[in-house]
Design a protein around this ligand. Structure first.
Ligand code: SF4
Length: 266
């Protein structure tokens, strides 16, 4: 079996402990208005134009985004980075897109990684069947789990899907005994209001007895907007501005005051 991956990031330090290799898997069932990974949305390989500049001249060459990898290919890549991974107590992270969309391949890759002694992490929107999550829990050491909005109608408006199953999966993972890091994208004007942040804080506090390790507040950034043009997808985040540093400091304090371990950034 093979999985479709659009990027392999070596020496990654934001997707779990230590130095890691992160595999970004193609396909996402969500359609968040602030998404900065448009190359991860389609579940298919895509050919786009890459612009190369030589002096004053620009040349356009085709670039295929999405390449098939087997679990053995994944292990071979990890093997090359094993010194950094071992010395830093790092590992491997599967991200996306939404890695659960290729659940069968993900399961096979995670099993292979665990059999070879790697620390494994899955970075997920939480949108998948509960059975799929149950099947990967034994082979996953850490879940990086997004909570985007607590109000279901607003969640549907902003991401295209309901949050009901996502929150059920959050509770499942929390009770699994595996490490859990919650990630909240902070999107000014969309989910950073007091009501939503208070609701999220309440959710985290009432369920803190599980394996919740840390909360990451991820400020919106504009780096993805240039990619939309390349992929010929309308960019809907044009009018959103990154949150101010002051806003991030205030939010960090808001969650820290409730006893949560908080980090700003990935
Ligand atoms: S879940 Fe992530 S990859 Fe999927 S649309 Fe939202 S921001 Fe993009």
């Amino acid at each position: 079996m093979k999985g479709l991956i659009f990027s392999v990031k070596r020496y990654s330090i934001h997707d779990g402990p230590g130095i890691r290799v992160t595999f970004f898997m193609k396909g996402c069932p969500l359609n968040c208005i602030w998404c900065h990974n448009p190359e991860g949305i389609s579940p298919l390989a895509e050919t786009v134009s890459r612009i190369n500049k030589v002096g004053e001249k620009e040349f356009s060459t085709p670039e295929v985004v999405g390449k098939l990898y087997s679990a053995e290919d994944i292990l071979a890549i990890l093997e090359k980075e094993i010194v950094f991974i071992n010395q830093s107590k790092g590992g491997v992270t599967f991200s996306g897109g939404e890695p659960m969309l290729q659940h069968e391949f993900l399961l096979e890759a995670l099993k292979g990684c665990k059999e070879n002694g790697y620390h494994t992490a899955v970075d997920t929107s939480g949108y998948s069947s509960t059975d799929s999550f149950k099947s990967i829990i034994p082979f996953t050491d850490l879940f990086l789990f997004d909570i985007k909005h607590l109000d279901n109608a607003r969640h549907i408006e902003l991401t295209g899907v309901s949050n009901v199953g996502i929150l059920d999966n959050y509770r499942l993972l929390l009770g699994s005994g595996k490490d859990l890091m919650i990630r909240i994208p902070v999107i000014p004007g969309y989910n950073d209001d007091a009501d939503n942040m208070s609701g999220v804080r309440q959710l985290l506090l009432t369920s803190e007895t599980g394996s919740l390790k840390k909360l990451n507040l991820i400020p919106f950034h504009k780096t993805g907007s240039a990619k939309y043009k390349k992929f010929n997808i309308p960019c809907r985040s044009g009018d959103i501005q990154p949150p101010s540093e002051q806003k991030m400091v205030e939010l960090k304090k808001f969650f820290q005051d409730a006893g949560l371990k908080v980090k700003v950034g990935g």
